[in-house]
Design a protein around this ligand. Structure first.
Ligand SMILES: [Zn+2]
Ligand SMILES: [Zn+2]
Length: 380
């Protein structure tokens, strides 16, 4: 027996997850077959589900856990209410645990949902027993304890959750004339979908997908998962740059959470949206690409002829980074001493843009080189 199976069971969560899942699998289709659902019940399921999902991603996650932007109290209240409706515990408990997940990612003793303990554990198992790794400790959430809305939600979590789940769905059902149908779709099915889409970020997004920015942890980028999780599937990016309010950084990345935060900032409800400088992102991507090129080269039959070219590229990369670091420190120093002339600031910005572009080109060159390692010897 290991410590994992000996940990005492938490009956509240076990019964909650089991009963909602069973009801969604049996009662929801049965009622649909016997009585049928109306379009407005499906609409309530979708709108309610989106409000709860986005309150977790934009509120619990990107606002409270990572402080990637600041939000007006009205938006925080909305997130606190619909986040409670998603039935994933209070902001304080969720965010404090999530900060531990980032800090100790993949460490089986300290990451509350370490993916190295397997799919089941990281998906849902971690909430079913009192594991030492899951112990609550709010020392890492002093800032959240100063947020009045967070503490109000934490201290009144049960009544708020009951009102937002049972109360609201009951009211919607009563107003539309079918209480049971509404409870089943906008209540039960919505909760189960909300639960498992969030849980997939801790399980699947640490197992399945690509790692373009870092391979120092298990987090992955996965477009399909991003589609079902309001953009949270770009988890490899998120783990290396957790202070960025975006998870999908390209315009074509499916990240409704990012779009919501940006819209809120246009409306004056959010501000100080934080992003990571493009140069740092390029640096991470190129570092990974050099690592992969090196591994691939080991298997190539034309190893020696490519080696020289690769080393030349690596040299160029480190020179570009050196220049970028120098430009950064010049900019900070001048700004501190208030010496930065406008033309010089513009010149630094232009040079940084040029460096970003040169790294982008280098990534393309490396890509082409890697495809040719096996095919032929280097010619240049
Ligand atoms: Zn996170
Ligand atoms: Zn993670």
């Amino acid at each position: 027996m290991n410590a994992v199976s000996e940990a005492p069971r938490i009956w509240v969560t076990t019964i909650l997850f089991a009963s909602t899942a069973l009801a969604a699998l049996i009662l929801v289709p049965l009622y649909g077959f016997l009585v049928g659902y109306h379009w407005y019940q499906w609409l309530a399921f979708a709108v309610y589900g989106a409000l709860c999902g986005l309150s977790i991603t934009a509120g619990y996650h990107r606002l409270w856990s990572h402080r990637t932007y600041e939000a007006h109290w009205s938006l925080r209240l909305l997130f606190a209410l619909f986040g409670a409706a998603a039935l994933q515990n209070s902001v304080l408990v969720w965010s404090s645990g999530h900060r531990r997940h980032h800090r100790h990612v993949d460490d089986n003793d300290h990451d509350p949902y370490s993916a190295r303990r397997g799919f089941w554990f990281s998906h849902i198992g971690w909430m079913l027993r009192e594991y030492p790794s899951g112990q609550e400790n709010f020392d890492n959430a002093k800032d959240l304890q100063r947020d009045k809305i967070v503490m109000w939600q934490h201290n009144h979590y049960i009544p708020i959750t009951l009102a937002m789940n049972l109360g609201l769905t009951f009211l919607l059902g009563w107003a539309t004339g079918d209480i049971i149908g509404m409870l089943l779709l906008a209540g039960v099915l919505r909760i189960v979908v909300n639960h498992h889409t969030t849980f997939f970020i801790n399980s699947l997004a640490h197992i399945w997908g690509r790692r373009p920015y870092t391979d120092e942890n298990t987090a992955r980028d996965n477009d399909l998962l991003a589609f079902f999780t309001f953009g949270e599937g770009y988890h490899n990016y998120h783990h290396i740059f957790q202070t960025d309010y975006r998870n999908g950084i390209r315009w074509y990345h499916w990240d409704p959470t990012k779009w919501l935060i940006r819209t809120a900032s246009w409306l004056g409800l959010a501000r100080n949206l934080k992003t990571v400088p493009d140069m740092r992102i390029q640096r991470a991507m190129l570092t990974m690409q050099f690592k992969r090129a090196e591994q691939k080269l080991q298997q190539s039959s034309h190893k020696d002829s490519w080696r020289q070219l690769l080393e030349k590229e690596a040299q160029q990369f480190s020179e570009a980074l050196g220049e970028w670091k120098e430009l950064q420190s010049r900019r900070y120093e001048n700004a501190r001493e208030r010496l930065l002339a406008r033309w010089e600031s513009a010149a630094i910005r232009t040079r940084v843009k040029e460096l970003e572009y040169s790294l982008k080109m280098q990534r393309k060159r490396l890509q082409i080189m890697m495809e040719q390692f096996h095919l032929c010897p280097a010619t240049a």
